[in-house]
Design a protein around this ligand. Structure first.
Ligand SMILES: *Cc1c(COP(=O)(O)O)cnc(C)c1O
Length: 389
C-alpha cells in the first residue's frame, strides 16, 4: 500500500487521509470500555484499508497489547516491518508458513488435527516450541473446533505436544456470531459453551495466558464477554460495528479515514442530458456536472450508483447515474466550483461530510466493507503521526 506524507492540499487525484491521532484516541477509548482485559488491535486486510504497518505502529504506541491478523502472511509482514510484541494470526490452510511463524514468534491458531500435526512438525524442524491458541467453535459455525469428541482430541493431542516441548498452548479462544444484536439468544449460548470448553481444557491441564471471544460489538456492549483479552477491529478505525448499536461518538470513537478527490472536470450541460453508462440519470434541466475521479476499481461500490453522497463546497450531492471503473458524476445543480475543488466522499462528519456509514446505507452493505475495499490506487496520506504529548 502506498504511503504518502503529503498534506491534504497536495494535488492528488484522490486520497484517503488517515488520522493516526484519532486511531490512538480510539485505542484509549476501547481500553476504557474493557479495563480488565488486554487489547488486541486487529489490523488484518491492511488495517481495514487504512494501512497495516502505520496503524499497527500507532495502535502499539497507544497501548495495544497484541496485534491480530487473519493470514500468517499479514502477521509475518508486521514482524518484518519491525513490530514488536505479540502478534496472532488465525486463518491457516495446509502447507502454510508454520516454521516462519514459529521463528517470527507469532501466536498461531489451531482449529483442527491437520493443523496441529503441521505446527508440531514445523516446531520439531525449527527446534523451538510454537505458540498455539486453540480455537473453539462455540456456535458461529465457521472456523474453530467442534465441541465434544473433536475438542477432546484436539486438547489431548495439544497437551501431548506441549509435554514433548513442541508447543505451548498460549490461548483458548472463539468468535461470536451475533454480537452486534444485543440480546440475541446465541450470545448467551456461545458464552456458556465457551466457558465449558475452556473449563474442559483447563481441567485436563491447559494453562492459557489468554481466553478471548469478544470482537468490537462485544467489547462495546457485552462486558461479560471480555475475559482476558478483547479483539477490536472496526472500532479501532472509529466506525460503529452497527448503526443500531450507536454512533461512533456514542462510544467515544472517531472515524480515522477521510476519503476525498479533486474534481477532474466541471461543466454546464442542458436539460435532458443522459449521464454515465446506461443513462441511469438524465438531467432534469440545465445544470452543472462534476466529475469525481474515483470508481469501482478504487472500491467505490457500483451498488452506490444514483445513491452515494459526496460533499462539494458545503453541499451534499448524490451520485448521478452509474459508478464506472474510474469515475462517477455528481449533479452540482448549477454551482460552478473550479476543477480541482475538493469532493469529500466520507470522513468523521464534522465538516458536514457524509460518513462511511452513510455510504454503507447507500450501497446496501456495512461500513466495514466500505473502508476495507478502498483500493491500492488511492494513496493513504498519514496525518498526526507524532505521539500525543
Ligand atoms: C475480524 C475479526 C475480529 C475483529 O472484528 P471487529 O468486529 O472488526 O472488531 C475479531 N476476531 C476475529 C476472529 C476476526 O476475524
Amino acid at each position: 500500500m502506498s504511503e504518502r506524507t503529503a498534506p491534504r492540499t497536495a494535488p492528488l487525484r484522490a486520497r484517503a487521509e488517515i488520522d493516526l491521532a484519532a486511531l490512538r484516541a480510539n485505542v484509549r477509548a476501547l481500553r476504557a470500555h474493557a479495563p480488565g482485559a488486554a487489547l488486541m488491535a486487529v489490523v488484518k486486510s491492511e488495517a481495514y484499508g487504512h494501512g497495516a504497518v502505520p496503524c499497527a505502529r500507532a495502535a502499539v504506541a497507544a497501548g495495544a497489547d497484541w496485534l491480530g491478523t487473519a493470514t500468517p502472511e499479514e502477521a509475518l509482514a508486521l514482524r518484518a516491518a519491525g513490530l514488536p510484541g505479540r502478534i496472532m494470526c488465525w486463518l491457516w490452510t495446509p502447507g502454510g508458513p508454520w516454521r516462519e511463524a514459529i521463528e517470527a514468534d507469532l501466536d498461531v491458531s489451531v482449529s483442527a488435527m491437520w493443523a496441529l500435526g503441521e505446527v508440531t512438525e514445523a516446531a520439531r524442524l525449527a527446534g523451538r516450541p510454537a505458540r498455539v491458541q486453540l480455537k473453539a467453535d462455540t456456535g458461529l459455525g465457521r472456523g474453530g473446533c467442534q465441541p465434544g469428541d473433536d475438542w477432546a482430541e484436539l486438547v489431548r493431542e495439544a497437551l501431548r505436544a506441549e509435554a514433548e516441548g513442541l508447543l505451548r498452548v498460549t490461548g483458548l479462544w472463539s468468535h461470536l456470531a451475533c454480537a452486534d444484536e444485543p440480546g440475541h439468544p446465541s450470545i448467551a449460548a456461545q458464552l456458556g459453551l465457551f466457558q465449558e470448553m475452556v473449563a474442559y481444557a483447563e481441567e485436563r491441564g491447559v494453562r492459557p495466558e489468554v481466553r478471548h471471544i469478544a470482537n468490537s460489538p462485544a467489547t462495546l456492549t457485552l462486558p461479560e464477554s471480555h475475559f482476558d483479552l478483547v479483539r477490536t477491529g472496526i472500532s479501532l478505525y472509529g466506525i460503529s460495528p452497527s448503526p443500531e448499536l450507536g454512533t461512533p461518538a456514542d462510544f467515544g470513537l472517531r472515524p480515522v479515514m477521510t476519503l476525498s478527490a479533486s474534481l477532474a472536470l466541471v461543466k454546464r450541460v442542458p436539460g435532458g442530458h443522459g449521464v454515465s453508462y446506461g443513462h441511469g440519470y438524465v438531467t432534469p434541466g440545465e445544470t452543472t456536472l462534476g466529475l469525481v475521479p474515483l470508481g469501482y476499481a478504487d472500491g467505490i461500490p457500483r451498488h452506490a450508483s444514483s445513491a452515494g453522497p459526496v460533499l462539494v463546497e458545503g453541499k451534499w450531492r448524490t451520485i448521478a447515474g452509474r459508478v464506472a471503473m474510474d469515475q462517477f458524476v455528481v449533479d452540482l445543480g448549477g454551482d460552478e466550483p473550479e476543477a480541482g475543488a475538493e469532493a469529500v466522499l466520507f470522513g468523521p462528519g464534522d465538516r458536514g461530510e457524509p460518513t462511511a456509514e452513510d455510504w454503507a446505507q447507500a450501497a446496501g452493505t456495512i461500513a466495514y466493507e466500505i473502508v476495507t475495499r478502498i483500493g491500492t490506487r488511492v494513496p493513504r496520506v498519514y496525518v498526526n503521526e507524532e505521539q500525543d504529548g
